[in-house]
Design a protein around this ligand. Structure first.
Ligand code: UT7
Length: 332
């Protein structure tokens, strides 16, 4: 295989979280649960809910935030990739809706569906486009309005999810020490038994029956997913450390998908890294599916906690199953 001439690096970040906060106490009035159970079993204290609007609103605001903070003009964007499992509608793609709203008049783009690994897969795709030399500015957005597919009478799932959007800009660099270095990405369709939304697709088109049977909501066998998620995320992160020849002390941060603090802690332990080497914001936002990783990147960058040259391991596990890890050297 010929050596790559161009690396893909992150040159901007942006985010949007809705104002409305639902704390754990609120759920005590909805289902049989309590604040202590939620905090100790998941690490979540509160989550944000978008009251009006859809995923394209979350994605658009995240993109505009990035443009403003990094002085980017929408006409410079070549490609828009939106990772989401809660598109505004089946078609047109959310990427098209975002394109119009932000005024990216020279862009093409598409949606990508990989649930909680959606950002990781979209990020890899965006980097690959940049590495070809054909595209100079690729906008990758992770956005989900999880509240639109959450059953607020199901205590197993309703406490877990929140709404958010976050984005990164990817650009080329000839400095091979910066940007995406290595990735390991995987899918396994056996996951369809444990985490899914059955209704609304071509298998079970929307009908009175699908609504009555609550088939338009997330179903999760939490315990089954927990087991494979712990193993999958830890294994792939450790394998990537070996592939990239990184020791635990070389890593500035693990940037994990925020589904459960116990999954994150187990992954960090297997990687041999300290708690302060792990990005965490699950306490504030819950599981925002495709948005968790870019949300972490944006917050930690803006707090001055990441610097140029830092080794980051992005790692996720989600429905499908989908999972993987990427070694990114921070470039700004
Ligand atoms: O992001 C995509 C991938 N998804 C994940 O990574 C999520 C993976 N799974 C998890 O994070 C965890 O399995 C959950 C947080 C969903 C559940 O935690 P758990 O420790 O695995 O609990 P469990 O499902 O084993 O349930 C233990 C008990 C059960 O009661 P019994 O059967 O022991 O009497 C549940 O009914 O806790 C009960 N329970 C609750 N209790 C209070 C389940 N949900 C709640 C709740 N409040 N909200």
């Amino acid at each position: 295989m010929s050596e790559r001439k161009i690396n893909a690096m992150v040159t901007g970040v942006g985010m949007y979280v809705p104002e409305k906060i639902l704390d754990n106490k609120y759920f005590e009035s909805l289902v049989e649960t309590n604040d202590l159970w939620i905090r100790t079993r998941t690490g979540i204290s509160e989550r944000r809910i978008l009251e009006k609007g859809a995923t394209s609103d979350l994605a658009t605001r995240a993109a505009l935030d990035l443009f403003e903070k990094h002085n980017v003009s929408p006409n410079e964007i070549d490609v828009i990739i939106v990772a989401t499992v809660t598109p505004d509608m089946f078609f047109p793609a959310t990427a098209c809706l975002v394109q119009e709203r932000i005024g990216a008049n020279n862009a093409w783009g598409f949606d990508l569906s990989a649930a909680c690994s959606g950002f990781l897969f979209a990020f890899q795709t965006g980097c690959n486009l940049v590495e070809t030399g054909r595209y100079k500015k690729v906008l990758v957005i992770g956005a989900d309005k999880m509240s639109s597919i959450t059953d607020y009478t199901d205590r197993n799932t309703c406490i877990l999810f929140g709404d958010a959007g976050a984005a990164v800009l990817i650009e080329p660099t000839e400095d091979k020490s910066l940007g995406l270095q290595n990735s390991i990405l995987r899918i396994d369709g056996k996951g369809k038994e444990a985490l899914y939304m059955l209704g609304g697709g071509s298998l079970n088109p929307a009908s009175h029956e699908t609504v009555d049977k609550k088939m338009h909501y997330i179903f999760q066998d939490g315990k089954a997913v927990f087991k494979v998620a712990v193993k999958g995320m830890a294994d792939v992160s450790v394998e990537l450390m070996e592939k990239s020849k990184l020791k635990s002390e070389d890593i500035a941060y693990l940037v994990p998908h925020q589904a459960n603090l116990r999954i994150i802690d187990a992954t960090a332990e297997r990687m041999g890294i300290r708690k302060d080497q792990v990005m965490i914001n699950i306490n504030k936002y819950g599981n925002t599916t495709a948005a968790t990783i870019p949300l972490c990147l944006t917050e930690y960058y803006r707090d001055g906690k990441i610097k140029k040259g830092d080794n980051l391991i992005l790692s996720a596990f989600g429905a499908g199953y989908t999972w993987g890890a990427s070694h990114l050297v921070w470039a700004i």
